[in-house]
Design a protein around this ligand. Structure first.
Ligand code: 8YV
Length: 319
């Protein structure tokens, strides 16, 4: 009985896995395992602990073979996993919900504040060594705390954590998604709306839905045209939810006021034109990159894998 890990787990998770008494193999680079070597190491494993960048498809599942019981994805998103192919083969798929809500919401809020108050843009300006004096209009931005409306697309666990923060900042909040009509959302002043209403009413939109066939390119030319002129877009969910070339065009046209992106359509590639626009803030998929958060994601992935391999129930199966 062996568990294979495709990347370097955070310390506490690696320690717990080592203490499980199971045989463990691991690819030790942080960057994640090249495909051919993952296919080879998966052969005969009972559990796989995988990253977003690992394509868990029929080929990988078949390379692992009949011994495979569980794929524990080190992420809340599992668009990299062919869940149907896993289910057909009797393989349980797990993710890491809950433990990264606060960290991801913190980053979404940081990006929203950065974009609205032009923090990165102003920082880049100073780094050019340009001469400046205080001026009333210098880096004038959007007052999010003066009742600006935030639209949360996909109000689930992470969206609720964003709503909590936005409410504390005095923002009006509209939302779509599973919890938009819940009492907890109502208590934060969240107004449930249709996607069309959200586009039309929001001064800033933050995306928190999963990537599925239904949400791929949820934001394209028609949606950018339906947004308020000068509205801001924040994406800490998944790149392909946004048509990145259409986004570039909407920014170049001046239709949108700015975009803050943690994720990209062709990750790790970033559409170069985005990086030359002053009103774009881009960071390399660091939404859950808090030390404690990453440790907890690792522990949850390990506990899922060990439980299923040992004949028990998964803690957080998907679906
Ligand atoms: C991970 C993420 O860092 O949880 C997710 O869905 O995108 C990030 O938290 C990344 O997916 C690593 O696998």
């Amino acid at each position: 009985t062996r568990i294979h890990v495709s990347f370097a787990l955070p310390g506490p998770a690696a320690d717990e896995l080592a203490a499980s008494g199971l045989l463990v193999t691991a690819y030790t680079e942080q960057t994640g395992q090249p495909r051919e070597s993952l296919l080879a190491d998966a052969a005969g494993a009972s559990g796989l602990i995988t990253l977003l960048s690992d394509r868990v498809d029929a080929e990988l599942l078949d390379a692992a073979g009949a011994s495979l019981k569980v794929v524990a994805n080190f992420a809340v998103g599992y668009d990299n996993v062919d869940v149907a192919a896993a289910t057909e083969r009797g393989v349980i798929v797990t993710n890491t919900p809950g433990v990264l809500d606060e960290a991801t919401a913190d980053l979404a809020m940081a990006l929203l504040l950065d974009l609205s108050r032009r923090v990165s843009e102003a920082d880049r300006f100073l780094r050019t060594g340009a001469e400046w004096r205080w001026e009333p209009d210098l880096f004038l931005g959007l007052d999010v705390s003066a009742g600006a409306t935030l639209g949360i697309v996909g109000l689930g666990r992470i969206g609720m954590a964003v709503a909590t923060r936005a409410a504390a900042f005095g923002m009006r909040i509209v939302a779509t998604g599973s919890r938009a009509s819940s009492p907890e959302a109502a208590a934060l002043g969240v107004r449930p709306v249709s996607f069309e209403e959200l586009l039309a009413e929001s001064d800033a939109i933050s995306i928190h839905c999963p990537l599925t066939p239904a949400t791929r390119h949820l934001f394209g030319p028609a949606q950018f045209a339906a947004m308020k002129p000068g509205a801001l877009l924040v994406n800490t969910a998944r790149g392909p939810i946004v048509d990145e070339l259409a986004l570039l065009e909407a920014l170049e046209d001046g239709r949108l006021g700015g975009a803050a992106l943690d994720v990209f359509e062709w990750e790790p590639h970033v559409t170069p034109g985005l990086l030359t626009l002053p009103n774009v803030v881009a960071v390399p998929h660091i939404g859950s990159a808090g030390g404690a958060t990453r440790a907890n994601m690792g522990l949850l992935a390990v506990r899922n894998a060990v439980a299923v391999v040992g004949g028990g129930q998964a803690l957080t199966p998907v679906g």
